[in-house]
Structures are given as C-alpha cells and as structure tokens.
Ligand binder design. Structure first.
Ligand code: SF4
Ligand code: SF4
Ligand code: SF4
Length: 367
C-alpha cells in the first residue's frame, strides 16, 4: 500500500488563492509540504496512515489498493462490528472521514465500535488519534439530529452493551437488500447514477465550466445511504461550525457577478445558467473546501450560521443571487447591468483608455 496523489483534484492546483492546508496539518510525520502552492511529499517518509486521505475534502489523496467504498460494503457483510487501527483497514482509522462514519453508522444494523484510543499510527504525534475522536464526535453529533444510531468508542463501550450486541441476531446485509444489492464499487457507481446524483438541478450541458466537476465518492456514499433510510419527521438546524464537510451559504449585495466562484467550485455546488444571470447553490454537493470564499474579492459569499439537516434528505438547489444581464452596446456580449452603463466593463475601460490617449495627444499638440 502506498500514497497516491491526484493533483488535478486538489483545490490548490485550481487556484493560487486556496488556503487549504488540511493534508499538511494532519500528517503525523510532516512529510507533506506545500511546494509551488501544491502539496508534495516524500514517499519513503510516508507511513501510509491515510490521515490525509480521510481529511482531504476532494479525495485528492488515496492509498493504492485501498478503497473506502469497497471497505464499506465488505464491513456491512461481515459479522465483526469493531474497527481496529491497522487491522481492519490495513491503515489508520483516520482514513475514514466523517461522511464515511455517518454512512457506516446509518447502514449498519449493529453499533459500529471504533478502537480510537488504540491508535498509535503517528508514533509520538497524537494528531491522528485526535482526528479520529473528532471525526467520531462530529459524526455522532450529526447522527443525533436524525437517528438514534451512533459510533461507539471502544474504551467507553460498556461490557453489557457489547454482550447485548453479540447476542442480537441481525442480518447485517439487510440494508443492502433493502433496495437492491450493492456489493462492488462498479455496482455502487451504477447505483449512484441511477439515483441521479449529478442532476441536482444543474444543467451540465448548458454550463460548460462545470463539465469536469467531480463529487467525491464519500459524498456519493453518504447521499446513497441517506436516500435509503426513512426521512425524519422534523429537521434540525445545526451550527455551521460543528459541521466540517458541507455548508450552506448566502451572497450579499457586494457581489459583482465576476463568475469566479461558480467557475472554480470543484463540485459544481455553485453554478449558474447560460446567461450567468444567477448564482445557484447545492449544499449536498458542497465540500466546505472554502475555495469560493478564498477567491471572492469583495467577500460577498458568506457561510450561513446554521446548517439545515433537511438538505441531507431533501437536497435543494437554492438561488443565492440574481443579476440583470444586458447585451453590451459596443461588443454585443452579455454583461451584468448595475444601472447607468450601457457597455460592458471591458468596453467601458477601452473607451476610457482611448479618451485618455486622445487627451494626451491634444495636450502634446498644444505644447
Ligand atoms: S487537503 Fe486536499 S485539497 Fe487541501 S491542499 Fe491537501 S490535497 Fe489539496
Ligand atoms: S460571490 Fe464573489 S466570487 Fe462569486 S460572483 Fe460574486 S463577487 Fe464573484
Ligand atoms: S461551494 Fe465553495 S466551499 Fe462548497 S465546494 Fe464549492 S468552492 Fe468549495
């Protein structure tokens, strides 16, 4: 098993304005560093723990021969419901993101137990252990808003509870048979397509800029799992700061419709239409990668304080901003009309430049 990196998925490669350092911050042996604004690492120094794999919002890092999705389905088919570092995954438990943990907890008939405190993958460093516990706590916090399921940390599992779980006669595959068996990555991909995940209100044929947008497997998994459980009777709103992997946003009046945020968004969570007269947003596709905030010059795009759990079960596309679009009197291209000007900013600045040159020429003639 070795670490692999797909630079094209990294948001730092997408924009020099990205401030993401999650992979660097989690690496317990400090082998990941930023070189020319993109992550670089020394393979021989890498301990293949998978901490960066679990934390990267875009799944740019992966471990050869290890697929979290295949692990997910294998785990559901096995009797063992306990996860031990370096044993069940052949890497550290930190390879599983909060989305993976929520998916596991929801899909599993018995409580998932994680031996988080037994992690010694980082040697002296406690970074990975802390991340595993933080992931479990976040997953449990989110789970508590719509389910009575949760991930148990081994050291706090009461013996009686464990015995009770062992005695429980359950078919751990029943979840998979609920709406057709999904037993392989290929079958999973097909199931996702069948669920029309990519359609989420985004017309990919119209918006050329989002053609290559990618939704990470962990998000597709979470979406697919949540589609197969009953919807809660009511939905909570959780504080945004308590959710690390998605967000809800609003755009204030300082937005100039420069188009950068929705052109650059790695998943297409932010999108527009053919005339660029709206900015739409799908929370279920957002990775909270912060790129749109990093590139927005007037800071017009903002995080909503609360996150509506309803988005997990009934994803919607919301319009965050609308613009009056007109054709430029000079070049005929569309531009965002803000009143007054009948030309686009480019033609306006060319006109100003020409007037300045003309004035300079006149001045020189008079002198
Ligand atoms: S965590 Fe992922 S997106 Fe962020 S810098 Fe590292 S590789 Fe790039
Ligand atoms: S929100 Fe910011 S980045 Fe997006 S279009 Fe408006 S000004 Fe540009
Ligand atoms: S909407 Fe912003 S934070 Fe969400 S995925 Fe797109 S760029 Fe990242």
């Amino acid at each position: 098993m070795h670490l692999e990196f797909d630079v094209s998925s990294c948001i730092r490669a997408t924009s020099k304005f990205s401030e993401c350092t999650k992979c660097v911050d989690i690496c317990p042996v400090s082998t990941i560093e930023m070189l020319d604004n993109t992550p670089a690492f020394t393979p021989s120094a890498c301990i293949n723990c998978g901490g960066c794999v679990g934390i990267c919002p875009t799944e740019s890092f992966s471990l050869s021969g290890f697929s979290p999705i295949e692990f997910f389905f294998k785990f559901l088919e096995e009797e063992n419901n306990e996860l031990v570092c370096q044993q069940d995954l052949y890497c550290c438990l930190s390879v599983l993101s909060v989305e993976h943990l929520i998916s596991l907890a929801v899909a599993s008939e018995t409580p998932v137990i994680m031996d988080a405190k037994g992690c010694h993958c980082g040697g002296e460093s406690t970074l990975l252990k802390e991340q595993i516990i933080a992931n479990i706590e976040e997953a449990n916090f989110i789970l508590s808003s719509f389910s009575d399921k949760k991930i148990l940390i081994k050291s706090v599992v009461a013996t009686s509870l464990k015995k009770e779980e062992e005695q429980k006669v359950t078919d751990r595959r029943s979840f998979l048979s609920l709406k057709g068996a999904i037993k392989s990555k290929q079958a999973f991909d097909e199931a996702v397509v069948a669920d029309e995940l990519k359609s989420f209100g985004i017309d990919t044929a119209v918006i050329a800029g989002i053609r290559d947008k990618k939704i990470p497997d962990k998000r597709k998994l979470l979406y697919s799992v949540l589609k197969r459980v009953p919807k809660p009777l009511s939905y909570d709103v959780l504080a945004s700061k308590d959710i690390s992997f998605t967000s809800q946003k609003f755009i204030d009046e300082s937005c100039t419709n420069c188009q950068i945020c929705y052109r650059i968004c790695p998943t297409g969570a932010l999108s527009s239409n053919g005339k660029f007269s709206v900015i739409n947003f799908d929370a279920m596709m957002c990775l909270k990668c912060h790129l749109c905030h990093d590139v927005c010059e007037p800071n017009a795009i903002q995080l909503q304080q609360g996150f509506e759990i309803k988005e997990f079960f009934e994803p919607t596309q919301r319009t965050l901003a609308t613009f009056d679009i007109k054709r430029c009197n000079e070049c005929g291209n569309y531009f965002t009309y803000t009143g007054g000007l009948k030309e686009c900013l480019r033609c306006k600045s060319e006109e100003e430049e020409a007037m300045e040159l003309h004035a300079n020429a006149r001045r020189m003639k008079l002198e």
